[in-house]
Design a protein around this ligand. Structure first.
Ligand SMILES: CC(C)(COP(=O)(O)OP(=O)(O)OC[C@H]1O[C@@H](n2cnc3c(N)ncnc32)[C@H](O)[C@@H]1OP(=O)(O)O)[C@@H](O)C(=O)NCCC(=O)NCCS
Length: 340
């Protein structure tokens, strides 16, 4: 039987950090084409700077004196106090030796010690024939009592796929339906007159987006929590570009989207929230904010080529906008959960 030691990665363990990255990069190279592994600057920043709203443990599984399995384990601190969310990867050369099982045990021990009752993790599932088959994650989780809660799909936009003239025409048609609205855009720090509006929309997200049977409660978001997120982005060197559409007469923030670029990865960016207030739907606001924000990110980081997004499989409105502006399916991510 393999001798596996579970430990915690520290910001001062430089060899461990390199081995962590090698494990993830090797794992994703095999399993997840076009999925950018975390950069060294980003991992080091995450290890050095704890956040106020989440406690994160970086667990390592050590075999033959090297890190061969990793788990990033998050404990929300401001809401969802029942929850543990985690990610898990094992180096391809060390699979089927019980490494993931040992990490799972430790994660569930940590959760129990902290009084948590629900464990949640996403496992990949193949949708494209030119991509590898994903059986391991689902098999591991089902063997350990995890059940499916929601199917999400990752799509990636190549920002050069849809010709600019086509996007211009789409945008012009969208604005015809959005008379009485205006754009507000910013990088990292929301203007004072929109911060309450975006906090409201952020808090609504888990109410509005399809959540399947996931045991999650809406996030408690106020202006102070938005500001905390901004401080976090500043100290981590992340760029967060934001576009909102505002109803001119009432000043209401009608729709909002943001994209994040992490330190040390220039070609890839991550779509954050996209939400349109139910009172303002039907004005093509979703289309407007997404096209405009794609362009906005390139104003600041011209090397960004890909933007990655996840949507619940049944989120038809969002998906049809995304497909129109260049997002294409990569793989399904099945949210598994275990309640104890
Ligand atoms: C999923 C993953 C973490 C499993 O790591 P691992 O260390 O090989 O898992 P374990 O050795 O602890 O496997 C435990 C059990 O899971 C099941 N399992 C694991 N891999 C499997 C595979 N390829 N096919 C079928 N069953 C599998 C088996 O029941 C296995 O027990 P057994 O070997 O006695 O038959 C690893 O394959 C991986 O890193 N995959 C890519 C990342 C990923 O999918 N992450 C999602 C997280 S679940």
């Amino acid at each position: 039987m393999t001798d596996i030691k579970i430990s915690t990665l520290s910001a001062t363990d430089l060899a461990g950090i390199d081995q962590w990255l090698d494990t993830i990069q090797s794992s994703w190279r095999v399993d997840l084409p076009l999925f950018p592994a975390p950069s060294k600057p980003n991992l080091m920043i995450n290890l050095m700077l704890p956040t106020e709203s989440t406690r994160t443990e970086y667990l390592t599984a050590i075999v033959d004196d090297r890190v061969v399995g990793v788990a990033e384990v998050s404990f929300p601190l401001k809401d969802n106090l029942h929850l543990v969310e985690f990610e898990l990867d094992v180096h391809p050369e060390y699979r089927r030796r019980g490494v993931a099982t040992a990490l799972l045990r430790r994660i569930e021990e940590l959760g129990a010690a902290d009084g948590r009752r629900t464990y949640m993790i996403y496992a990949p599932d193949r949708m494209r024939e030119d991509y590898p088959e994903h059986v391991a994650g689902k098999a591991l989780l089902e063997k350990n009592g995890y059940v499916k809660g929601l199917d999400e799909v990752r799509r990636t936009a190549d920002l050069d796929l849809v010709p600019a003239a086509e996007l211009d025409a789409m945008l012009a048609r969208a604005w015809e339906k959005a008379e009485g609205y205006e754009l507000v855009q910013w990088v990292n720090h929301a203007p004072d007159d929109v911060v309450d509006g975006i906090a409201y929309l952020d808090g609504r997200l888990l109410q509005d987006a399809p959540m399947g049977t996931l045991d999650m409660e809406p996030m408690k978001v106020d202006a102070e929590r938005i500001r905390e997120g901004e401080r976090r982005s500043d100290t981590r060197g992340s760029l967060r570009v934001n576009t909102v559409v505002r109803h001119i007469e009432s000043g209401t923030v009608a729709g909002w989207t943001d994209i994040v670029v992490h330190a040390g990865v220039e070609e890839h960016a991550w779509q954050g929230i996209t939400i349109v207030d139910p009172d303002h739907r039907g004005h093509r606001i979703g289309t407007i904010v997404k096209i405009v924000n794609h362009r906005f990110v390139r104003d600041y980081r011209p090397h960004v080529k890909y933007v990655h997004t996840w949507n619940a499989e049944e989120n038809d409105f969002m998906i049809s906008i995304n497909e129109a502006i260049g997002y294409r399916v990569q793989e399904r991510w099945v949210a598994y959960q275990k309640k104890v």
